[in-house]
Design a protein around this ligand. Structure first.
Ligand SMILES: Nc1nc2c(ncn2[C@@H]2O[C@H](COP(=O)(O)OP(=O)(O)OP(=O)(O)O)[C@@H](O)[C@H]2O)c(=O)[nH]1
Ligand SMILES: [Mg+2]
Length: 354
């Protein structure tokens, strides 16, 4: 039996003391949140769980009290709690859905990797295959460089697909007759700017390599008449983001209208959440997703968008230039999730035939 209780007190350590007092030393703290009461005083709330079964398990004497065994036992207990909490959430949400088609939609969404709470919010629209109208999801306004000069900078993890997306957009808009200018600040690595330089040469559009502030000023001046400026940057990751702050000065100079954080959908969901945390304070304006063709759980992008509250812009779902990309809209998101679901159904049919 899992017992989960909530405790509140003005200070965190007081709330934790209440947990120990009531549930004893085996209690596991699940989360802690600070809020304000009506008089604007701080209130700390702590959820704690106690596995009452585990308490009654008696290990053979030789296994008792050795530190590795107790660590293992507490790890097992934690795992059990995590699983039962996850299931509890899912079950609670599922039971709150009355109509079967909506419940099926909820299950599809879970299967696509959408979290239980988001799936619950989306299920009604998704069941009707109508565009998803979830409050927490924000949608960026589609760019229109013919009408409004647009300067887009791409930031994101190493290998996220920044250079490729810049190349796709440059090609797409050049073919439409838009005056495009390409720039890169990826200058520290050998060959960092080569791919984009090649695209610029093929398309016959200006290309600027930006190392210093003076380069940035010069590039800005020279690209004054461009309708669409696309700026590629050096990749970063959760562990090595030190160069970012330096880059930011250059970003300021370039006067971007959009600073897009590009997230690869092939990345693990929790690593992605850590990146979103890292990205705070970089002044990023939009979120975009790449490699949607490389994941069986595209629903994680919903969870990322919801967690970051950043408006969604582009998505890329393949390496071809200038195709396999689009602008994310509620309708497009539904289409991506439905398509992946169908693909998986087809795969499983193939398996059964073979
Ligand atoms: N299948 C698939 N491949 C992609 C997609 N986007 C990018 N790629 C591939 O992923 C690889 C890395 O893409 P890049 O555009 O070089 O990534 P980047 O963010 O510029 O990488 P760094 O400059 O090293 O940080 C390339 O082989 C791309 O062709 C996509 O949506 N789908
Ligand atoms: Mg690159």
């Amino acid at each position: 039996m899992m017992q989960i209780k909530s405790f509140s007190a003005p200070r965190l350590h007081e709330a934790l003391a209440l947990v120990r007092q009531e549930l004893g030393p085996d209690a596991v703290i699940l989360d802690r949140t600070e809020s304000k009461d009506q008089q604007n005083n701080a209130v700390w709330s702590v959820h704690a769980a106690l596995d009452t079964e585990a308490k009654n398990v008696t290990l053979p004497r030789h296994q008792q009290d050795t530190s590795s065994n107790s660590l293992e036992a507490s790890m097992q207990r934690l795992e059990k709690i995590a699983v039962s909490l996850g299931n509890r959430d899912v079950e609670q949400y599922r039971q709150a859905i009355a109509r079967k088609p909506v419940r099926d939609a909820f299950d599809h969404l879970l299967g696509m990797g959408v979290s239980a709470v988001n799936a619950f919010e989306m299920a009604e629209d998704y069941a009707k295959q109508s565009p998803i109208a979830m409050q927490a999801l924000k949608w960026s306004k589609r760019i229109n460089p013919q009408l409004e000069r647009t300067v887009i900078l791409f930031s994101g993890a190493n290998g996220a697909g920044k250079t490729l997306l810049a190349a796709k957009l440059a090609t797409h808009y050049s073919l439409k007759g838009v005056a495009v200018s390409l720039m890169t600040t990826d200058t520290n690595r050998m060959g960092g700017s080569d791919v984009l330089r090649s695209y610029a040469a093929i398309l016959g559009v200006p290309f600027h390599v930006i190392r210093h502030e003076e380069d940035a000023n010069q590039a800005k001046l020279e690209s004054k008449s461009a309708q669409l400026v696309l700026i590629d940057t050096e990749g970063w990751n959760n562990r090595h983001a030190s160069g970012l702050r330096q880059q930011m000065k250059l970003w300021e100079t370039l006067g971007c209208t959009h600073r897009i954080l590009l997230m690869s959908a092939s990345m693990d969901e929790s690593d992605g959440l850590a990146m979103l945390k890292r990205a705070q304070g970089l002044g990023l304006t939009d979120i975009a997703f790449s490699k949607l063709d490389e994941t069986s759980r595209p629903g994680k992008i919903v969870n990322w968008a919801e967690a970051s509250r950043m408006p969604m812009s582009y998505c890329s779902f393949g390496p071809e230039v200038p195709d396999q990309m689009g602008w994310l809209t509620p309708k497009a998101l539904t289409a991506i999730l439905v398509k992946q679901y169908r693909l998986q159904q087809d795969d499983s049919e193939e398996e059964t035939i073979a």
